[in-house]
Each structure stands twice: as C-alpha cells, then as structure tokens.
Ligand binder design. Structure first.
Ligand code: SF4
Length: 238
C-alpha cells in the first residue's frame, strides 16, 4: 500500500512555521491537534477504538487481556480489523489464544489457524515470539522492545497492551501529521511524547484517532478533506 504524502503540483508543502523538526514548530500546534481529536473521539467507537481512562486496556476494541491485544496487533498489521478479529476468534476456537498454547503449537499449526490474514508465515513466527516474551522470566516490556516483530506492531503493543507511554510511529500517523504540518521521524516522535507529558490517555487518543482519520479521510493518494475533523487547521488546506 502506498501511503506517502500527496504533493500538490506547483505548490510547496505548507507549514505552520519554523524549520524542520517538531521543536521548531509553534507549541500550540500539538495542543490544537489534540483539541480537534478530543472533539472527534466519540466517533472512534464506531471503529472499535473505545476511549477510556489512560491506564485502561479497553481502548483496544474492549480487550482486557494484554496478550490478546498483542496477538491481534500482530494479526491486524496490513489487514483490516474485521479480518484480524475473525482470525483471533478462530485461534480462540482452536484453543490457541494463550501464550502457553501458542508456544506449544507448531509453526504449521499456527499458519493454518491464521490463514485469513496476509503474511501468515511471518505472523505465525511473530506469535511465537510474543508467546515466549510473555512466558519467559523477566520484564515483558523489555523483551517486547527488542522483539523482531516490526516497529509499528511493537510500539502498538507497548502502548495498548503494556501501557508504555510512547507514540507509535505508524505509516498512517506519519501521513496525516505530515499533511497537517508536523513532519515526524523517530526523534520527533519522542518529542511528541514529551509534549504530551507521556500521558497515556493523550497518546492512545492520538494513535487511535490518526489511524481512523488516515483510513476514512487522509487516504494515501487522494485525501478526502471534506468532513475530516482536522480540516479547519490542516496545513494542506491553509
Ligand atoms: S484535512 Fe484531513 S484528510 Fe485533508 S490532508 Fe488534512 S488531515 Fe488529511
């Protein structure tokens, strides 16, 4: 899926001011963004994100078990949520939804059980990595931070399953923010975390909202700005 920023012919990308990097932007920009997202949050429910207190795991489609959040984070990568949820139900039906069961299962058994999602060979391997991280002694967070499961998946698990205050730098987030006027890389993502005071509620709201906005409005090739909750302050439209 191609999802880079859409350049407008003959027009330099607009900016809210300053040079490259988040720190050079007006501080109010992130506050302004969060205000728009706060107003948007009730619509998240229609898309399986459940706005809740910061520490709550319920944000992730109402899930309560960190391992189940982690498993579905692996399944949903490059898939629609509906499909990931269906495959998770199939794993549960086969008795393969616990770390112990996944650790015991063969690679082939897991691939067969998750055949409704793409990249199932890699994802079956990632499920094994997760199971071992949850079962082996030591800090789960530390093991997930270095787990070879892809940075987007890793960061989503750390935030939503393990309540680690970080900003997952997903392709969708980069696309929406760059069009909005905030160019983000790894360094800037850490600065966003600081600007939000490492507040779990704000970080979860930011990630969930950007994911939904990217899917509904800020599409890779042709953004549909009419109706976008960010259209009043988006740099692309100013
Ligand atoms: S208004 Fe919304 S859809 Fe349009 S470019 Fe900005 S963020 Fe994307």
């Amino acid at each position: 899926m191609k999802d880079g920023p859409v350049a407008q012919p003959g027009r330099a990308p607009p900016s809210h001011g300053g040079g490259p990097g988040f720190k050079s932007r007006p501080v109010h920009l992130i506050s302004q963004l969060m205000e728009s997202l706060e107003a948007f949050k009730e619509q998240l429910r229609e898309h399986k994100w459940l706005p809740s207190p910061g520490e709550s795991l319920s944000w992730w489609a109402g899930f309560a078990d960190p391992f189940h959040i982690a498993v579905t984070a692996v399944l949903v990568r490059m898939n629609r949520w509906e499909q990931a949820e269906k495959v998770f139900e199939e794993l549960s039906r086969r008795g393969l939804s616990s770390p112990e069961a996944i650790a015991r299962a063969s690679q082939e058994e897991l691939e067969e059980a998750i055949r409704g999602v793409i990249f199932r060979r890699a994802k079956a391997r990632h499920l094994k990595v997760l199971a071992n991280a949850f079962l082996s002694p030591g800090s789960i967070e530390e093991k997930i931070r270095v787990a070879p499961i892809g940075s987007e998946t890793r960061e989503a698990i750390l935030l939503f399953a393990l309540n680690q205050p970080l900003f997952p730098l997903s392709r969708q987030a980069k696309r929406v923010l760059s069009r909005y006027g905030i160019r983000v890389g790894r360094r800037e993502a850490r600065e966003i975390e600081e600007a939000l005071g490492r507040d779990l509620y704000k970080l979860k709201l930011l990630h969930a909202s950007l994911t939904v906005i990217a899917r509904l409005y800020c599409k890779p090739k042709r953004p549909m700005c009419g109706g976008c909750p960010l259209s009043q302050s988006c740099a692309r439209l100013l």
